[in-house]
Design a protein around this ligand. Structure first.
Ligand code: TRP
Length: 328
């Protein structure tokens, strides 16, 4: 069985961009793949967030995964830091990654330019990500467009390592769902909807109340034309709302556009809003129920990290043996 792996950093609350661009598609993977979803808490150490926030976000994300419909008996849901092999492989692969290629990573450039907190971890971040992926002999990695370069690097490192030592790593492929991959900010529809946007009305979070969602959608930037159709260049705001609508209703953009023939922006926004709230509300209800059962979530985490460790150990064994480190 092939493996699918993805990770989310617990640096903030999850947005509908995370949900529609990624997680909504995750629930079915286990039917065809060994499905592994990690809360990459070690990655989050590269950002300045408080320990309490890190802890809280991590726990919420796992709970949200389950609330979204990821069955923890069929999907391996765990904390990255619970599986020591991530750090171990990251160190080894650091020695096979070049300063030059890491310097070219646009995410590093974006996060480091003009910043005070340019730590070594931020620079090595993509190697830790490569380790996450390669540790489980991953075949496919569902991630957003912004992770393309990191995935390319992962492949380069894996190929380089295999060329030196034989068939150690599976070479992973990226998978980006077509339509819903890129949800943009409501206030800045030219840019990706971000978990950490400074503008409070730019992102809708999965756990936002219906009132808050309504307020944010009402304020979403559109244009002065007044008719609803899809054109990212000319109408980024309207196109983004159409994409959100298509995502939650599982319609194509064409079908979605048809639903708004002759509608004005007020009506359009109202319907988008209702569809979004309807889609999120069962998830939110389930979340509220689950989050109270801390013991259950903890047990899921322990069981699943054991499953993950068992796979990770096999890869680490091969890697250590290949480079001449002791194995027992
Ligand atoms: N860098 C990814 C992001 O910011 C998160 C991530 C870490 C990841 N390790 C991963 C995603 C492995 C996929 C696979 O979105």
């Amino acid at each position: 069985m092939k493996t699918v792996f993805s990770g989310v950093q617990p640096t903030n609350k999850l947005t509908i961009g995370n949900y529609l661009g990624a997680m909504k598609n995750w629930v079915d993977y286990h039917k065809d793949y060994r499905a592994i979803f990690s809360v990459v808490d070690l990655h989050s150490l590269t950002s300045k967030i408080s320990p309490e926030e890190r802890k809280r976000n991590s726990f919420e994300i796992v709970t949200l995964y389950i609330a979204l419909g990821l069955d923890p008996a069929k999907n391996i849901i765990y904390y990255q830091s619970d599986v020591k092999e991530h750090s171990e492989l990251a160190w080894i692969l650091n020695c096979y990654a070049y300063m030059g290629e890491l310097s070219r990573m646009t995410q590093f450039k974006d996060k480091s330019t003009g910043q005070e907190n340019v730590n070594l971890g931020l620079f090595a971040y993509p190697v830790l990500m490569a380790s996450d992926i390669l540790l489980y002999q991953t075949n496919i990695v569902p991630v957003g467009e912004d992770q393309t370069q990191h995935l390319e690097l992962t492949r380069d490192i894996a190929i380089r390592f295999n060329n030196l030592y034989g068939d150690i790593f599976q070479i992973p492929e990226k998978l980006t769902p077509k339509l819903t991959a890129r949800i943009k900010g409501l206030q800045n529809p030219e840019k990706k909807m971000s978990k950490s946007s400074e503008e409070p009305n730019d992102s809708v979070f999965i756990l936002d109340s219906p009132e808050l969602i309504t307020k944010k959608i009402k304020r979403a930037v559109t244009d002065s034309e007044g008719s609803v159709y899809y054109d990212v260049e000319k109408k980024p705001g309207v196109s983004n709302l159409l994409t959100i609508y298509a995502g939650v209703t599982k319609k194509t953009i064409e079908e979605a556009t048809k639903d708004f023939e002759g509608a004005n922006y007020g009506t359009f926004k109202k319907i988008v809003c209702e569809a979004l709230i309807e889609d999120l509300s069962p998830i939110q209800k389930e979340f509220e129920k689950l989050i109270k059962d801390e013991a259950y979530i903890k047990e899921v985490l322990i069981k699943n990290s054991e499953k993950a460790s068992a796979i990770a150990k096999e890869t680490i064994y091969k890697v250590k043996e290949a480079v001449g480190l002791p194995v027992r």
